[in-house]
Ligand binder design. Structure first.
Ligand SMILES: Cc1cc2nc3c(=O)[nH]c(=O)nc-3n(C[C@H](O)[C@H](O)[C@H](O)COP(=O)(O)OP(=O)(O)OC[C@H]3O[C@@H](n4cnc5c(N)ncnc54)[C@H](O)[C@@H]3O)c2cc1C
Length: 262
């Protein structure tokens, strides 16, 4: 079975984020870069499926972003992925979700796969719009929020997490699946994995390797960021002092009603 997992490289979630006032883009250099946390769950899913399928099953990691950061993907290779492919090109700078998903889909269509596993959300832009857009561009069915995936004889059964419970979805391959955070904790890279990752391939492709029919980058984007501002400083909180629980709950309810939350 051939599995591709998308992994975005994002600024460390604990690092302070800064927007460049000129480009109006998130500053991604000079801050520690990590694998997008959601994508580690997607990778864990891919690795478990590869182990279960055995044989010549492979997991390829795909990322679009700066080639200068691609060594960060060694961590995914150390966890057990077989190889990685990075789509990187200055022509992609300024791509919004529309343009990014289009370019990513074109690059992914150069790879052969049965399963495309995508994280549900990124830690930096957090739109959650990429998986659906990729499925649409690639003409794949999209099953979101999987907490369990079974593949056998080309048949697929996915247990999805929903707001009200669980849902079983059956289908066939190829398919795009996003993983829920309840899929299972991502594994740590072993020392053997870290050593082995040094020899694994991280390939790079650019825009000229893709047959694009539409523009990408700023000119291919449909979103324009006109202005931005830091959130207003937090005001002083209100302390509610109440004689008992009922009076306290009533005060909190009145406060929420005043703010139009209820
Ligand atoms: C006007 C504008 C200009 C922008 N310019 C830039 C820019 O110059 N540089 C820049 O880095 N960003 C830029 N962005 C942000 C960029 O468009 C988004 O980061 C990108 O579209 C992905 O969206 P998301 O992070 O919300 O993904 P989500 O939809 O939240 O991601 C869901 C999943 O999709 C996969 N995925 C998403 N993005 C990638 C990726 N790049 N590689 C691999 N897998 C991925 C991951 O598995 C992830 O878990 C810009 C945005 C706007 C609006």
């Amino acid at each position: 079975m051939k599995i591709v997992v998308t992994v975005k490289l994002v600024p460390d979630p604990n690092a302070e984020k800064r927007i460049d006032p000129t480009t109006k883009r998130l500053v991604r250099t000079g801050v520690e870069t990590v694998l997008n946390p959601y994508d580690e769950y997607a990778l864990e899913a891919g690795l478990q499926l590869k182990e279960r399928a055995g044989g010549d099953s492979r997991v390829t990691v795909f990322s679009m972003g700066s080639a200068a950061l691609k060594e960060t993907l060694r961590r995914a290779l150390a966890m057990g992925a077989d190889d990685a492919l990075v789509l990187s090109d200055t022509a992609l700078e300024g791509s919004d979700v529309w343009a990014s998903a289009y370019a990513m889909a074109k690059a992914l269509s150069t790879l052969e796969f049965d399963l495309l596993i995508v994280g549900g959300l990124t830690d930096d832009s957090s739109t959650g719009a990429v998986p659906g857009a990729l499925a649409e561009h690639l003409g794949l069915p999209c099953i979101t929020n999987a907490r369990k995936i079974d593949v056998g004889d080309g048949k697929l059964e996915v247990e999805r997490e929903t707001d009200v419970g669980y849902q079983i979805v059956r289908g066939s391959l190829p398919v795009l699946i996003t993983t829920a955070l309840t899929f299972g904790e991502p594994r740590y890279a072993s020392l053997k994995g870290i050593m082995g990752a040094k020899k694994k391939t991280i390939g790079t492709i650019g825009v000229s390797d893709l047959s694009l029919d539409l523009p990408v980058g700023t000119s291919g984007s449909k979103t324009e960021l006109r202005s931005f501002a830091p959130p207003p400083a937090r005001g002083k909180g209100r302390t509610v002092e109440a004689a008992d629980g009922v009076a306290g709950a009533t005060s909190i309810f009145e406060f929420l009603r005043e703010k139009k939350f209820v």
